[in-house]
Design a protein around this ligand. Structure first.
Ligand code: ZN
Length: 267
């Protein structure tokens, strides 16, 4: 999604929908990012924040160059109305980034079991269903789809979320090194047996014809902050590399969290 931001012209406007305090860091100080949500637990990371219902956006038609809905569509009760509003506030030629969980995956089932639903009111089970729904309601054409991988950061003891303690005990009380080993194991099984145990959902690009980076999915997702990184980027940027036979560990370049490195499976 960052490549969509970096290609925007100076002065462009971006809507971060259902963002809480911000669903992404803004690498472009010359771009206006509006964070919108019904409630804010903390101050937005950057830009301005608007408290409003996504089904009734308080913006003029054709106001935004890019709309970002990162893990928010699964939470909207009035989903069709929200999508129509996205289509209304998007400029001609605007981009739309959507990321949603696959309700059939192991990781989303764990999330909903621990969080008693986790606020997910819409369950998506295949990418074609999401593409058809978004295209029909927003009028923005589909451009690309890519798998997303999980790390269940909400289980990490560094991220206190008030989840039920008895369930967290099953995951070594959120111990970061346990989570790193768990996800390295799941990703290894996925790579060797082509399973989807560590897969979480999909990201989609609609609208603008911005060229999409042709890359395979980033399976290395930090177990503390949830940032996904390519293997090549990690080789350049991560710190404290250690090797234990065939297993390599590193500290996340975004947050310093402890992770085990997984090789990527070529698309
Ligand atoms: Zn991290």
């Amino acid at each position: 999604m960052i490549h969509l931001l970096t290609r925007l012209p100076a002065g462009a406007r971006v809507l971060d929908l259902g963002a809480a305090s911000g669903s992404f860091p803004n690498p472009r100080p010359d771009v206006c990012v509006v964070r919108l949500d019904l409630e804010f637990a903390s101050a937005p990371a950057s830009g301005c924040s608007v408290r409003a219902d996504a089904a009734h956006l308080p913006f003029a038609d054709r106001a935004f160059d890019l709309v970002v809905s990162s893990h928010s569509l699964e939470h909207f009760v009035a989903l069709d109305a929200v999508l129509r509003e996205i289509g209304r506030v998007a400029k001609p030629g605007a981009g739309l980034y959507v990321a949603v969980p696959d309700a059939g995956t192991l990781t989303d089932r764990i999330y909903r079991w621990i969080g008693r639903g986790g606020g997910h009111v819409n369950a998506f089970r295949n990418p074609a269903e999401v593409i058809a729904l978004v295209e029909r309601s927003t009028g923005l054409p589909h451009r690309s789809t890519r798998d997303l991988y999980a790390s269940l950061t909400f289980l990490n003891a560094h991220n206190t979320r008030g989840w039920p303690r008895r369930k967290i005990y099953l995951f070594a009380n959120g111990d970061e090194r346990f989570l790193a080993v768990l996800f390295w194991t799941l990703r290894t099984l996925d790579r060797v047996f082509a399973t989807g145990l560590s897969r979480y959902g999909w990201e989609f690009h609609f609208g603008s014809a911005t060229p999409v980076e042709a890359s395979h999915p980033w399976v290395n997702v930090c177990v503390r902050c949830g940032a996904g990184h390519s293997a090549a980027y990690l080789r350049e940027s991560a710190t404290h590399w250690r090797r234990f036979g065939p297993i390599e560990s590193y500290h996340c370049p975004a947050c310093g969290g402890f992770n085990l490195f997984s090789r990527e499976r070529r698309a």
